[in-house]
Design a protein around this ligand. Structure first.
Ligand code: 13P
Ligand code: SF4
Length: 343
């Protein structure tokens, strides 16, 4: 993928660029092929300069490619971590390297800041699975039942919801409401996973992540029989029969913490491709079996597009003030509940 980067005449791999990026290249040895470094390094050096000029901060989701994740990101994390850190930063400009709903969440929490996404096509199959009108219908069908909405949704859907959650805190958020039943949108698999962890009845919506729904239990059993002593850790957006095969289930940040703390000799991360590459860079003693389901939306973000974004201040993410105000209530309620222990 990275080799598809178009070259730019004004960006050269000069001795100065080599010197400025050498420590990073050495740290990413084995993660980024040596032959690619002269392509990435001039972008990394130029992006670093522009970040200072623009008073900008780069937030990158754990699924971003290593040259972004390790190369230019100031803050990295799962959806919850990015929402929290985006709200805290003093920078005037946030460049969100992730998908559109993450940029919208940053804008909802920091309306005074300029929030940029390097490519507007970075969407999400979960966010596309439900509309504000769908939520209004659900509420009419189940009057008085609170709506818990995964952050992987549009601002309009958040605005119709009582509280948001992420995969890190979904169980904690559901239980925080002190009710017997909740409507849970839009990820049916995360909802089913939450139902296994709580006595609260979960009314599901039928959305799914196009990346995680493709994993199968057979695939996991195949990894295990090929690799004795393999530790399998999976994201809760996977179907239940996949999660049944896992030793640990958690958000992307939960999975990273698991590997960092336990240092399993061999691990398979059942989630998006780039996670293993990013985590491998910081855990040289762990061997990664790398199943690869790629998120085509996350992969819209590239170093040339980040540079273009900082040069031209594109593409600003805007949310209508009335929608943002209502969505902010749901997101803020989630942040007030705090990060859960489940991932
Ligand atoms: P988390 O990073 O919050 O676990 O979310 C995973 C995901 O698919 C985000 O799009
Ligand atoms: Fe959406 Fe799935 Fe991609 Fe995450 S991995 S952005 S949930 S499609």
């Amino acid at each position: 993928m990275s080799l598809a980067i178009p070259t730019r005449q004004d960006l050269e791999y000069t001795p100065e660029v080599e010197r400025r990026t050498r420590a990073l290249r050495e740290r990413l040895e084995g993660i980024i092929p040596e032959v690619e470094w002269p392509i990435h390094a001039p972008y990394i050096a130029r992006i670093e300069e522009l970040k200072r000029t623009r008073n900008a901060v780069i937030l990158a989701h754990n699924y971003q490619t290593p040259e972004i994740f390790h190369g230019v990101a100031d803050i990295r994390g799962d959806s919850l971590g990015l929402a929290q850190e985006g709200a805290r930063t003093d920078a005037e400009v946030i460049v969100l390297c992730g998908v559109h709903f993450m940029a919208e969440t940053a804008k909802i929490l920091s309306p005074e800041k300029t929030v940029l996404i390097p490519d507007l096509k970075a969407g999400c199959s979960l966010a596309d699975a439900i509309t504000g009108e769908d939520v209004r219908r659900l509420k009419a069908r189940h009057p008085g039942v609170p709506v818990v909405t995964y952050v992987n949704t549009s601002a309009e859907v958040k605005a119709e919801s009582d509280i948001c959650c992420t995969s890190s805190n979904a169980v904690q958020v559901v239980e925080s409401l002190g009710v017997d039943r909740v409507i849970f949108t839009p990820d049916q698999y995360l909802g089913k996973y939450v139902a296994t962890q709580t006595d609260v009845e979960i009314i599901l919506w039928e959305g799914a992540c196009e990346v995680h729904e493709r994993f199968t239990a057979d695939e996991i059993r195949g990894f295990r029989s090929a690799t004795p002593d393999l530790v399998v850790i999976a994201h809760p957006e996977c179907p239940p029969e996949v999660l049944d095969e896992a030793d640990y289930v958690g958000s992307t940040a939960g999975m990273i913490n698991f590997v960092q703390e336990r240092q399993p000799p061999k691990v398979a991360m059942i989630t998006e491709c780039s996670m293993s590459d990013n985590v491998a860079a910081e855990n040289p003693a762990v061997e990664f079996i790398r199943p690869c389901n790629l998120c085509p939306h996350m992969k819209q973000i590239t170093l040339p597009k980040i540079l273009h974004s900082l040069e031209t201040m594109n593409y600003p993410v805007e949310v209508a003030p009335e929608t943002a105000a209502r969505a902010r209530v749901a997101v803020q309620r989630m942040l007030d509940v705090g990060r859960g222990s489940g991932g």
